[in-house]
Structures are given as C-alpha cells and as structure tokens.
Design a protein around this ligand. Structure first.
Ligand SMILES: [Zn+2]
Length: 472
C-alpha cells in the first residue's frame, strides 16, 4: 500500500531532518521533521516516500528551536562616532554559532526623532546580520517628540510592538518622569504593545554613591555593587508596577539581578501582565568577581549579586517567577574597558555573552539539575518569542519558521580566546568547560552554521505581532 502523508510539490523547497531527538512531554523522543519553503511542515513517522529530498541525519543529536534572544546591544551608540565593539556582523555571528537564530536589539534615534526613523536607521546597521532581527523602540525623554501618541501607533502598525524605558541615565536623556512613564504605559495598552523596563532607581544610586564615596575612591569595583544595590533595582521595580496598577499594560523587566525584585514582580503578575528575564552573568557569577584584579572586565549594569542570590535566581527560573533568559550581550574591547582609568563613572558597562548563552544555561542549569531541558526551551525560545511578539519563532510547530539547531549533549568544549567570534578579544568565560556543543544551526530551513563554519549573513528584519503574556 502506498502511504503519502506529505504530498511533495515540485515547485517547493524541502529539507528532511531524520532521527533527531525532540523534547516532548518531559522526555526525548526520536523523530523526523519535514521543512517546506523555510517553514516547519510536518513530523512524519514514515519517510519512505521522501527519499528524494535533501536529508540530514541527526542521529544522537538533540533538536531545539532556534533561541530568541530579545536583549542584545550590537553597534550600541555611546556618543558621537563612538560605539561598543560588537557590530551586527560580529555579534550575530557569535550568537548564531550557539543556536541564537533571532535577536531583538534597540533603536537609538535622537530625542525628537520618530520611532520609525529609528527602526529604519537600525535596519541599515543590521544589514550583515547572521540571524533574524527586530528592534525595541527606545523611548528617550519624549518632551521633544511632536505627537508621541501617533508615533507609538505608527511603530506598532509597522510591526514594532515593544518600547524600552529607563528609570535611570538622566544624563543620557533616557530617564523618564513618572508622568511620562504613565503616558507610555497608556499608549502601550492602547496599541497592544509591551513596555520593557530597565529598573534601577537613579536617586538611590546617587545617594549610595555619596554614602560609599570613600570606598569608591579606594576600590571602585568593590563599591560598585553597593552603589547599584539590589534595593535600587527593587525600588524602581516597585515604582513602575505602581504606575501600572490601574493601566495594566504589559510590562517586561529586563536584566533582573536580584531575587527581591523577581519576587515583587511575581506578586504583581497575579494582578497585571508583568514578566521578567534574567541574564547569564547573574546566574553564573557572584560579587566575588569584584575582588579580582581585572574586575573591570566583568562590569555590567546592574552588578552581579551574592552567591545565594544567584542560586535563588535559578530556583525562580525553575518555578516561573522569572520567565526568560536573555543575554544583554554588550561587548567592549579590552582597550575600551581599560580606558576607565579607575573612574567608575567612566567604565563601559557590558559583557559579550551571545556566543555562550546556550552552553552556559545547559551546563549550569540543565546538567546541574537546576532546570530541565524543557524549561530551558521555554526560557530561551518560547517565552521570549511570545513576550516580544515573534509569532513565527521560538517553537517547532507547523507553519513556524524552520529555525533550529542540533547539539550533542555528550560533547564538551573549553572557551578559549581562539574560538571567539565576537570582536572584544576576550571573554569573561575564558577557560570554562561547557557542555551542549552546538553542531548545526538552521535559519528558515537553510543551513547557517555547520561544525565551526558560519555561512553567509542571511538575517532579515522581522515584523512582529502583539506580545503574548500567557506563559511564565
Ligand atoms: Zn541592556
């Protein structure tokens, strides 16, 4: 009897992935996946009638949906003609090699310029991107924007449904007043958009800076976590939640470093749509690094916390108090980091981590039994795709983009300078032994990375749909 579950059409492009291990209901199950024209088409049990199609045998390898990293900083503008070290070419090359197939970065339009012009400018920056990309609209203090309400609508209508606000960085014109935050929340609600929040209370940071002035002078890196303390984060989180109490717009807190803030967000999530992410540095490092001689190379905002806090964050990821892991990858060369000359206020803040997100979370999370592989999939693929409105990413389901990667759970590697694809010249993870070696990465059904080789940049701009906050 001839059995044809998937009639093959001559005008379409097919790829068959055979014998891969898929994560299904808490277990690994061997199966096949048929890709048609860059989309997931079916999961055929019987592949006898598909013998003429290009086939990849993935025996022994686990197939994961491509990781959706909704927090990156590539070609971050720091001032006139001054950018961080990773541009879209090096940053996404590093990201893709470890299974990130889609990133969401940020616009950087000048105050007064429209969000749409900001997006247009950044699409040009991302021309040589190796993975797909989109942009959250940065909302600088918008007193200079002519018709704020209309500009938010235009951005959302164009497929950009996420807006990023700050509760600090007034000197860079990024800090919003309470009145402005409320206005943003209302516009977000009206346009089915989400507001991404950088939560650190500037007033607290300034007070702490005075309080720890002596330590700051003597040992700036040791003073750093006291100045930008857990409470500065918690207070900002509380304030923004309070401002959203009656509006109930979708809120997403980026780079949560403290379990105190995470618990507060969880409590609020019982009455409003609010979710939060953390980043690898808060899970893997602790404030002990600030005693290191080269502690400045590890600088990021907010700072990393105590060893206990870090363990608590893992527990919160497991229990759904925290709902996503993003990189906040922001690379600086050693030269740029060194230029601080001991002045904390001049130190470039950020860690390049896009190349190691998956193996880090796999090694320190899954192998240490802090989370399951299925939970990793939710935290790195499914949830971020929903929270940022990537409606065809993050899942391996019929009709979704065939973005996926294959990794060998039995193979490990050491992070070494030689293998870095970023343009920083160093990694804070140097020498780490990591498991979960990524072997092949596919972007919209096409091979993009294979055993150490990254193919040509194939990334495209992704228009999004309203964010979905139904999981945690
Ligand atoms: Zn960031």
């Amino acid at each position: 009897m001839y059995y044809s579950p998937n009639p093959i059409s001559k005008t379409s492009n097919y790829l068959l992935l055979k014998n891969a291990l898929f994560i299904s209901g808490g277990a690994l199950k061997a199966g096949n996946m048929l890709i048609k024209d860059g989309k997931v088409f079916s999961f055929p049990n019987n592949t006898d009638n598909l013998s003429k199609i290009k086939t990849i045998d993935a025996r022994g390898l686990i197939c994961m949906p491509g990781i959706v990293d909704i927090h990156t900083h590539f070609r971050l503008k720091l001032g006139e003609h001054n950018y961080n070290s990773d541009d879209f070419e090096s940053g996404t090359k590093a990201a893709l090699s470890c299974g990130i197939t889609c990133v969401a970065d940020f616009t950087d339009q000048d105050p007064g310029d429209s969000f749409l012009s900001g997006i247009k400018k950044r699409i040009k920056d991302a021309k040589k991107s190796y993975c797909d990309y989109s942009f959250h609209c940065i909302v600088p203090s918008f007193s200079k924007m002519k018709n704020f309400s209309l500009e938010v609508k235009k951005a959302a209508d164009s497929g950009a449904f996420t807006f990023k606000i700050f509760t600090a960085y007034s000197k860079r014109g990024l800090m919003l007043s309470s009145r402005e935050i409320r206005q943003m929340l209302k516009e977000a609600k009206r346009n089915k958009a989400a507001v991404f929040v950088h939560a650190e209370k500037e007033e607290d940071i300034e007070k702490n800076s005075l309080k720890y002035a002596n330590l700051k002078k003597k040992n700036p890196m040791k003073a750093f976590p006291f100045i930008r303390s857990e409470v500065t984060e918690l207070n900002a989180v509380k304030e923004v939640i309070k401002l959203n109490e009656d509006i109930k717009a979708k809120l997403y807190f980026v780079h949560i470093s403290s379990p105190l803030s995470a618990a507060e967000i969880k409590k609020a999530s019982e009455r409003m749509p609010v979710r939060a992410e953390t980043c690898p540095q808060y899970l893997i490092f602790s404030d002990k690094i600030y005693s290191k001689k080269d502690a400045y190379l590890y600088s990021c905002c907010p700072p990393v916390r105590s060893p206990n806090a870090s363990l608590k964050l893992w527990d919160f990821l497991n229990k759904g108090v925290l709902s996503a892991v993003s990189t906040d990858s922001c690379g600086f060369s050693v030269k740029m980091k060194k230029s601080w000359g001991g002045d904390l206020d001049k130190l470039y803040m950020g860690i390049s981590s896009a190349q190691f997100l998956f193996p880090l979370i796999y090694t320190f999370g899954v192998r240490k039994k802090r989370i399951t592989l299925e939970r990793l999939k939710a935290l790195c693929c499914e949830n971020p795709a929903k929270f940022a409105g990537f409606s065809k990413k993050g899942f391996l389901k019929k009709g979704y983009d065939a973005d996926f990667f294959l990794f060998d759970p039995k193979e490990c590697f050491f992070v070494s300078k030689k293998s870095l694809l970023n343009s920083c010249g160093y990694s804070v993870y140097e020498g780490f032994k990591l498991w979960g070696k990524v072997k092949k990465v596919f972007l919209r059904g096409k091979i993009a990375y294979d055993g150490g080789k990254v193919f040509k940049p194939m990334g495209a701009y992704v228009k999004r749909t309203p964010p979905f906050f139904n999981s945690r």
